[in-house]
Design a protein around this ligand. Structure first.
Ligand SMILES: [Zn+2]
Length: 59
C-alpha cells in the first residue's frame, strides 16, 4: 500500500504532501524536502522516528 506524509502533521504552516510506494522511498523525499524547505541538515534518529510515526497509509 502506498504511504503518505503531510508536512503539516509536524505543526508547521507547510502544506507539502508526499506520497510514495514504500516508507524508505518516502523518507528519502521527506529528507530532501526538509533540506530544501526547512534548512534541515540531515535527519537525526529522533527526527526520523517522529517522521515515521506520522507516515500513514494512503487511502
Ligand atoms: Zn515542509
Amino acid at each position: 500500500m502506498a504511504k503518505v506524509f503531510n508536512c503539516k502533521d509536524f505543526g508547521g504552516e507547510c502544506n507539502w504532501k508526499c506520497r510514495a510506494e514504500t516508507v524508505d522511498e518516502l523518507m528519502r523525499k521527506i529528507v530532501k524536502h526538509g533540506t530544501i524547505k526547512h534548512n534541515m541538515r540531515g535527519m537525526s534518529e529522533t527526527m526520523q522516528k517522529k517522521v515515521r510515526a506520522t507516515i500513514r497509509d494512503a487511502t
